[in-house]
Design a protein around this ligand. Structure first.
Ligand code: ZN
Length: 140
């Protein structure tokens, strides 16, 4: 896609700090890292989000995420790794080309903001109703 910064990275028009590549995916260091080791994995075929990406590319990205996470473990021995993927400007997707974030929390490092939510039990009737709506949509 012409104006897509990630497509330009894939074409080599914009440099990146490459971590991993195969015929379907490219992984590289995020230049706006939330933590040391923050890595992105993208499909080589442009797809904006989870609704557009092919099943094959989605599978390839998640298989690559295990390889990258293994390497992050070797390098950082982190306290944990958050795997995060955003779909739509409403949830702060900035580059409109599907990307999976791998964000390690280095041992002794600060807690990651996006993993710091509090568990508060919800309304069970509302949860049940919502689950039923989604299940019905999947069945149709
Ligand atoms: Zn793109």
């Amino acid at each position: 896609m012409e104006d897509c910064i990630f497509c330009k990275i894939i074409k080599g028009d914009i440099p990146c700090f490459k971590v991993y590549e195969d015929h379907r995916v490219l992984a590289f260091a995020d230049v706006n890292p939330i933590s040391d080791g923050h890595t992105l994995i993208i499909p080589k075929a442009h797809a904006e989000n989870i609704w557009e990406i092919s099943g094959e590319d989605l599978t390839a990205i998640h298989l690559a995420s295990k390889k990258v996470a293994d390497a992050i473990n070797d390098v950082f021995n982190p306290a944990g790794v958050a795997v995060l993927q955003l779909n739509g400007r409403g949830v702060n997707q900035v580059v409109m080309h599907y990307h999976l974030h791998l964000i390690p929390r280095v041992s002794e490092g600060p807690e990651l903001k996006m993993t710091a939510w509090e568990l508060i039990p919800g309304d069970m009737d509302a949860i049940k109703l919502t689950g039923e709506k989604i299940a019905a949509a999947m069945a149709s």
